[in-house]
Design a binder for this molecule. Structure first.
Ligand code: PMP
Length: 407
């Protein structure tokens, strides 16, 4: 049985206690973004009301307080990912930004015509488009690992794709559209066996799976705070020191330099080399609070509870006639995508919203994946630690109403 007191958890999320269209809100759009506990909201306002100042530059009290809170957050991410040092943690504005940083620095500096980049069929657009842009600029070739009808990577095909031409392998840890958890350790080791660097998009993994960058031996990993009970528009990138040090900077400006003259500019050390300009200080600070919140509940407890919800919801949804789950991988995070005979996903979304139930409908920023399944989109319910079986029951009842209304 669950180690988590869900009623207590729910009390900590003010947004959940409201009615939408006259019904209690059921928030099942957690793969898009999770809600924020009061402690995270307090950390944001606490920064602005207590110690707002620009960091790294000032010597006054507030500047030092802000700088130490900012750097303490970097340290907490290092610990969260078990990174060897906090210099290897770069603040970004999210997963998208992290991947763009790698493609614009590592990619542009070290890849050339004919080099190959491997991604998978289930990538989010943010792990497709930056590589397409790089391929266009450099004449590199993008290769795509196919998937099975159950939504699992075809690993034999991946192994066959690898060669000395492979320079980058960039794969999602857990699919936002299907929930599939990929065998990332095997993917990373195989990439290394041909001398390629391995990048993991951990946007959907951090709130469900304990990540240890050292045991994974991953070269780069990106995540977004907002999928982890933290603020939007911020995240972090872990990169191995030897790679970050040899990569050129990307954005130029304050903070990322050592010395500037009109003749020559020298760049700062990592991580600052990649952090031009005044960062999103309040949100960086609040991410630390979000990590503490998750650590307090325990990622393994959160995950065990979500797996219970996933199993329960899978059984109940599968019992609905005409409903088909898209993505039936053996290992999944708490995401269920489904289609219903004769009903457009958008209609499902609209009719559920009228009943206070928030789900996501559409292509989930994974259009090539939808093309693979020959569909325009799905309806997706994704669960976080504050969701309940009673809410799953409301979804099931809601879908019955959708059917009665439309069919
Ligand atoms: N990758 C995956 C798997 C995602 O789910 C998302 C967010 N939907 C992203 C990347 C992009 O994250 P962000 O929009 O926070 O940059």
């Amino acid at each position: 049985l669950s180690q988590i007191n869900i009623n207590k958890v729910r009390e900590q999320f003010p947004i959940l206690h409201q009615e939408v269209n006259g019904k209690p809100l059921v928030y099942f759009d957690n793969a898009a973004t999770t809600q924020k506990p009061q402690v995270v909201i307090d950390a944001l306002s606490g920064y602005y009301s207590g110690y707002n100042a620009n960091i790294h530059r000032g010597i006054h009290y507030l500047a030092e307080k802000a700088t130490s809170a900012f750097e303490a957050s970097r340290k907490s991410i290092q610990e969260f990912l078990n990174a060897p040092s906090s210099d290897e943690i770069i603040f970004t504005y999210g997963t998208t930004d992290g991947i763009n940083l790698i493609s614009n620095t590592y990619g542009r500096a070290f890849l050339s015509e004919g080099d190959e980049i491997i991604i998978s069929t289930m990538e989010h657009h943010s792990n497709i488009v930056p590589w397409q842009m790089l391929c266009e600029e450099k004449g590199c070739v993008l290769k795509v690992i196919p998937i099975s009808d159950d939504g699992e990577l075809l690993m034999d095909e991946y192994h066959q794709m690898l060669s000395e031409k492979t320079k980058i392998v960039s794969v999602v840890y857990a699919s936002n559209a299907l929930g599939t958890i990929n065998p990332v350790k095997e993917i990373i080791d195989a990439a290394h066996s041909v001398g390629a660097v391995a990048i993991i998009d951990a946007a959907q993994a951090t709130s469900h799976i304990k990540i240890d960058v050292q045991s994974l031996d991953v070269d780069f990993i990106c995540f977004s705070a907002h999928k982890l009970y933290g603020p939007t528009g911020m995240g972090a990138l872990f990169g191995k020191r030897e790679l970050l040090e040899k990569m050129p900077p990307w954005r130029g400006g304050g903070e990322m330099i050592k010395e500037v003259s009109f003749d020559k500019t020298t760049y700062n050390e990592i991580p600052y080399k990649f952090e031009a300009g005044t960062p999103n200080i309040a949100d960086v600070v609040a991410l630390k609070t979000a990590l503490e919140y998750v650590n307090e509940l325990g990622l393994e407890n959160i995950s065990a509870y979500e797996q219970e919800l996933l199993a329960y919801a899978t059984d109940r949804l599968e019992a609905i006639e005409g409903l088909k789950i898209v993505g039936k991988a053996r290992e999944k995070v708490s995401v269920i995508s489904f289609v219903m005979d004769g009903i457009h996903p958008q209609d499902i979304g609209v009719l559920l919203d009228q009943q206070g139930i928030a789900i996501r409908t559409g292509h989930h920023c994974t259009q090539p994946l939808m093309q693979r399944f020959g569909i325009v989109g799905t309806s997706r319910a994704s669960f976080a630690v504050y969701n309940t079986k009673e809410e799953v029951d409301l979804l099931v009842e809601g879908l019955a109403k959708v059917k009665r209304f439309l069919l």
